[in-house]
Design a protein around this ligand. Sequence first.
Ligand code: SF4
Ligand code: SF4
Length: 114
Amino acid sequence: MERNHSVTYVIAEPCVDLKDKACIEECPVDCIYEGNRSLYIHPDECVDCGACEPVCPVEAIFYEDDVPEEWKDYYKANVEFFDELGSPGGAGKLGLIERDHPLVAALPPRDHEE
Ligand code: SF4
Ligand code: SF4
């Protein structure tokens, strides 16, 4: 599907089943949305400020061009998660969205205990 956004930040697999939400606090435009098992960055609402990336304790957040090969599909996951939602213009008012992109939903449970 053709999309009208420039490059964006992407949340990849390390966030799944962790969701500590450190990134949400940093985002100036409230464009990091919460699904069941992962958070997702809205590709159109993100202003590419980069504030979220360094605070993620598990390095789940990448500039689109820097997403590691093994997690390349997470770009699509972050984009497609919003196919039904459109552009709500703020994650806070929605709270928990009780679903995930199929890529995330299909993952076995991740254990983040070290
Ligand atoms: S800071 Fe990282 S692990 Fe925590 S919710 Fe954000 S992307 Fe997920
Ligand atoms: S890059 Fe900036 S605008 Fe985009 S999700 Fe991160 S903190 Fe929010």
